[in-house]
Design a protein around this ligand. Structure first.
Ligand code: RUQ
Ligand code: CUA
Length: 653
């Protein structure tokens, strides 16, 4: 019988997907809905957008920066994947950013960006994003829009419930999606139940320099931890994680992990965790993970391998974690701006469940428990329930909030955004999305202070919305005006990779801090030269180091002789420009790596291993001046046995 129900559910889900397929194209639609939608998204030439939107790149591993309301793409920030355009993960300076305990991992699946907060409000210093596949969290500095730190998360797999921050950015969290043997070992997969474990990780962020540190992990039962959001206001000090597969199935999860009527939201008291740590209740556990930090002064990243982590066991430490029953395989786990309401978006439930933080505390105080799971108390559903949004739609995934007490939930199967009132739970409006929305985002929606002007829907499928480009059509976002009672669709725009979550913020919070150049006199790169006089070439056995500079419109040196086949030639290139927006690039024929794109005041390096004798050119890859095409040079490569002296020059004949 159970299985039958599940088959029916699967069929409904499939029908939902196929439903997307019945679009008849846009040719006859009303376009921008016949209102003044076009005016509302039009940002005149030379004008700025009102908001930045940081939209995850999903399986591209990157983070993209868009303007709202225009939907214009400003930048793709490389995070977890190599990016030849910016030499990220290719040049000698940033390769270390992609180090892990598994070695160099040049790709990940990035899902959920979150902007740093102070007092529960966006402060625009950093944006964090998770790597799902080889569990990691990255920090992007919003003065430079560059990834400056990546910390690997050990004892974890599928870091999906990440990277959300607490209201003073005390912590950014991570959580296991796939439970695994901890510590990892050779064992039968069939013995999953009771033996595999999950961990929830709390990474502290230094209030001064932003440095991340894996403070502690909490050992949890072997469920799948899907998403998370911090408590705030009244619930500051707590963190909430949704779970599915509380059945602890290890095969055919689409059926076997849909058996329980209710899974859980795990409420974690992280202030309690800090008390336990102070009292010495944590245990140091051997493990292995990489911590990669990019230094703005040396323009270079370094990796430190760590070998232990402080572990707290939720089964043994009372008051650390409580389980809130939540129907049914919840996905999103969202907290309203006051911190009182925790919304569980049960993928397979017709209703949305909203828990009350106050009621939860009450039930805990009165020890109204309904059993336990591996020693962790389960609260009674009715005791923590604040309300239910009835039959709101099919397949709820995520909920965001505005500044007027409204919530907006994305429904994947019925492909719509549903607006409802927090507290009365009544549905106010619903608007279709094209098609199959996943996440949605309101700037500041995960903070005490949302900016309720726009909501951004990020859709899984676009089908007929765009010109066809082969078997896959672009991924896409849709912008809604949410200032009125009814939402109004304003704009479709394409996105990179698969957009999961996004984080939006008023532009003026970030703009004023944006860095224009790197100061040459502060450049502490090991191979930097701060004037052209420093240009030189040095040989050390088979290793050759070229100390090169760029300025409009030449390289110094631009003629180099005395290089031999079998040498390992390092180009260390410093951009001497001290003007805003004047990078230079360099590409070398046959180099087994990418170009470099060097910002004003910065130094970058690549290795070239000449394979054949000849005279080989290099050139500037970024059109930097009227004489950009003249920005070129040559390296003479002689046989390995040659006795030609090393020499270099620029402007001599
Ligand atoms: S998850 S829908 Cu990471 Cu909802 Cu994207
Ligand atoms: Cu420098 Cu083009």
């Amino acid at each position: 019988m159970r299985n039958k129900i599940n088959i029916v559910l699967t069929v409904i889900i499939l029908m939902g997907l196929i439903g997307c397929n019945t679009g008849t194209g846009n040719q006859n639609s009303k376009g921008a809905l016949g209102s003044n939608a076009a005016d509302k998204v039009y940002v005149a030439p030379g004008e700025y957008d009102e908001y930045y939107a940081f939209i995850s790149g999903g399986f591209s591993g990157q983070l993209s920066v868009y303007g709202l309301p225009s939907g214009r793409l400003f930048k793709v920030i490389p995070v977890f994947s190599q990016d030849a355009e910016k030499a990220y993960g290719y040049n000698e300076e940033t390769k270390a950013m992609l180090n892990t305990s598994f070695g160099f991992v040049p790709w990940d699946d990035s899902h959920h960006p979150d902007i740093s907060q102070t007092n529960g409000e966006l402060d625009g210093r950093y944006v964090f994003i998770n790597g799902n596949n080889t569990p990691r969290i990255a920090k992007i500095d919003l003065t430079t829009f560059e990834t400056t730190e990546i910390i690997e998360i050990p004892n974890s797999a599928g870091n999906h419930s990440s990277s959300f921050v607490t209201e003073n950015t005390e912590y950014v969290v991570a959580g296991t999606r796939f439970s695994v043997p901890i510590p990892q070992r050779d064992m039968s997969i069939k013995e999953y139940k009771g033996n595999f474990k999950g961990t929830l990780s709390f990474i502290s962020v230094d209030p001064e320099d932003g440095g991340m540190d894996l403070k502690f992990q909490i050992m949890m039962p072997g469920f799948d931890y899907d998403l998370a959001h911090p408590g705030r206001g009244v619930s500051h000090g707590w963190f909430f994680f949704s779970t599915y597969n509380t059945e602890e199935a290890n095969t055919l999860l689409e059926v076997n992990a849909s058996q329980n009527d209710k899974d859980f939201i795990a409420a974690v008291n992280w202030k309690k965790a800090e008390e336990y740590i102070k009292a010495g209740k944590g245990k140091m556990m051997p493990t292995k993970y990489a911590h990669n930090v990019y230094d703005d002064k040396t323009h270079t990243a370094t990796t430190t391998m760590k070998d232990q982590v402080l572990m707290l066991d939720a089964s043994e430490l009372p008051g650390l974690v409580y389980l809130l029953p939540t129907p049914k395989s919840p996905h999103g786990c969202d907290v309203d701006p006051t911190g009182e309401y925790i919304v569980g978006n049960g993928k397979l439930s017709a209703n949305l469940t909203v828990h009350s933080f106050t009621k939860m505390l009450d039930a805990i105080e009165n020890e109204k428990f309904d059993g336990e799971a591996y020693g962790i108390p389960i609260l009674k559903f009715e005791d923590v329930l604040a309300g239910v949004v009835d039959q709101a739609g099919l397949g709820p995934l995520h909920t965001e909030f505005d500044d007027k007490g409204n919530a907006y939930t994305s429904f994947f199967i019925s492909s719509e955004v549903v607006k409802w009132k927090v507290g009365t739970w009544e549905v106010i409006d619903r608007q279709p999305t094209y098609y199959s929305i996943g996440h949605l985002m309101i700037p500041g929606g995960n903070s005490r202070k949302p900016f309720g002007k726009y909501a951004l829907a990020m859709n899984k499928i676009t089908k007929d919305r765009y010109l066809p480009t082969g078997p896959e059509v672009t991924q896409s976002a849709q912008l809604f005006d949410i200032t009125g009672e009814k939402m109004e669709l304003l704009l479709d725009f394409p996105t990179i990779g698969e957009p999961h979550y996004a984080a939006g913020i008023p532009a003026d919070i970030i703009m004023k801090n944006s860095k224009k150049i790197f100061k040459l006199e502060e450049n502490e790169h090991k191979y930097a030269i701060t004037t052209e006089a420093g240009a030189r070439v040095e040989r050390n056995g088979k290793e050759v180091h070229i100390y090169m500079s760029t300025i409009r419109s030449h390289f110094n040196p631009d003629n180099i002789e005395g290089i031999k086949v079998g040498d390992k030639v390092y180009f260390h290139v410093t951009n001497l420009e001290q003007d805003y927006d004047v990078p230079h690039g360099i590409g070398m024929i046959g180099a087994n790596t990418s170009e470099l794109l060097i910002m004003p005041g910065q130094t970058e390096s690549f290795i070239w291993e000449p394979k054949a004798v000849g005279v080989w050119p290099f050139y500037c890859t970024d059109f930097c001046s009227a004489l950009h095409q003249e920005m070129q040079g040559y390296v003479r490569v002689s046989p390995a046995s040659s006795s030609i002296e090393l020499s270099w020059s620029m402007g001599e004949d």
